[in-house]
Design a protein around this ligand. Sequence first.
Ligand code: C2O
Ligand code: CU
Length: 648
Amino acid sequence: MSAQRISATARLPVPHLQLKLSSWRAVRAAVFTLGAGAIHLTVMPQHFQEYPPSGAFFLLSGLAQVGLSAALLFSTERLIAIVGAAGNLTIVALWAVSRTVGLPIGDDPWHPETVGVADAAATILELIAAWNLVRLARRPWRPVPALLRLRIRSALAMVPGLLLTIVGVGAGTGGMPASINMSAPTAPGQAAVPMESLKAALGNEPLLNFALVAELAQIGGQTAWTFNGTVPGPELRVTRGDRLRVTLVNHLPASTTIHWHGVRVSNAEDGVAGVTQDAVSPGATYTYEFVARDAGTFWYHSHQDTANQLTRGLFGALVVQPRQGPLPDRDYALIFHEFPGHPIISPGLQGLAGYIGQAVSGQRVAVNGTIGDLRLQALPGERVRLRLIGALEGEQFGPLMMVAEPLELVAVGSCYQIVAIDGGDLNAPQCIGPERLRLGIGQRYDISFVMPATGTVRILDPRGHESVTLGNGPAPAMPDLKSLPLFDPLGYGRPAPDPVLGHGIDMTYQVVLGEEGGIRNFQPELIHTINGKAAPMGTTYLVRQGQVVRLHIVNETDEFHTMHLHGHDLSVLDREGAAPRGSPLNLDSLLVGPHERWNVAFVADNPGLWMFHCHVLLHAAMGMSAMISYEGVTTPYDLGARSGNLPE
Ligand code: C2O
Ligand code: CU
């Protein structure tokens, strides 16, 4: 029966095809080489965008690998095995150099690249292919007896190759679904509201023009991604009621955006890639325009590939001064951030490797770009306002270094008032002595004090990372920082009516913060969820204009999460059932401790599609991101692999 079938096949127009079919080893080498080629072709477009010669390299090596696998299937030339082994090993060698000392050319010469899942998979495939090819070249070529008599063992040997190819290609696409649209459903009888129509109406506010050029710069021997060549980017200081027109010019090798963190902008100016705009391509420009409605301390940062781009340096301070009232003698905005360089923040295996590296080498914490002690001018008797901005993921600890404990800061040398948190003024803030202030990433604390007659005021991190010194006198007496009490915002200042809480609550939503190990975006990952769902297929909370919405936040994890809502302020109702005993709190970035429960509320008075996410960049990148969407608002933008818009 089978003999008949073989002879039947032999009479096909291309009989030599089967007769010359190579050995099982050659087939195996072909499968592994083809897998590596497929991965190279998948990542090729991305590399073209970053550095065209490297895109060309991936195109050529991918095509060569596809060609080699075809040749291996149908030819028995020993030369092919030798050339194939040499080619694969050359690619592996180049990879090894690029991941250790760095390649001499590229968009970042002589700097090692991080190891990703896609390139690791391709390298393993190439090594196995090369090993098979070397053995093939040394032994007589044994043709496959007959393709129809498939040997189970030989076939099984190719399964790992196929799996590695799937993982590598999946990771190479960024693991993102091709395209997702965040438009909100329209209620029956309701007209759709296009997001682009949600812009601040032109008024006669004073107009201020700024240009922020996103560009590479060498800082401390590292290539940083900067606005206007510095990290942080330039401080934008305006007065309440000003209209800002900010032109973003992108000279980076990747697309980017600017988000105005904490500012209640109109939705179209929110800077979220794939939701409120397309990320701005290399070489392109984009203009944001909004009115600074509230005085306070804010900051701006990229909201495209945020975990990567913010860590590389794309952020800066935005200070809105009040139009009336006394100004302090000195007013400094201080951003506490990771020293820029190669980001080590990314989900999955890569993130894990980065965290271990960070644990070994120690974090490099900086204040306004300075590592060590930042010195600032202030004279005895002067009133000083310090705007402390948290841009630091926090200190990692716990199994797998996955828990980030927020930065703590202590002010010594003078009693001080905490006059505002997240831009919102506190009511009747009393002068307090040294306490540990927790500053989660995204949060802002404004403190105010009078310089002592002699001596300095210092801001210190109890873990000893960084410090700021104001004035020139002798150093103040130093308490034992680690044993100081923790500042509790819920028991500070004096009660006052909260404008939001005067209204009745219209609806309540559950916000359950969770985590579970699993596979996401083709990588093993500690998936971070809101109500069991991870972004970009995350939870959407639908609201209607005018509603007062309560969020019942339950943290089921052992981690801190800074929950940040775009475009709105959250009024604190209670934490663990206890209402604030002091000043009302209107926050945009809520630091939720392990296993804490909070109730907060906001007035839906700013229509649009708004992100609500954990600002610990790694957590957001692992899925902890939701949307608060006004019914009927639609967006023409998509996120996902096809558009290249990746807001986390
Ligand atoms: Cu500071 Cu959604 O960001
Ligand atoms: Cu978090």
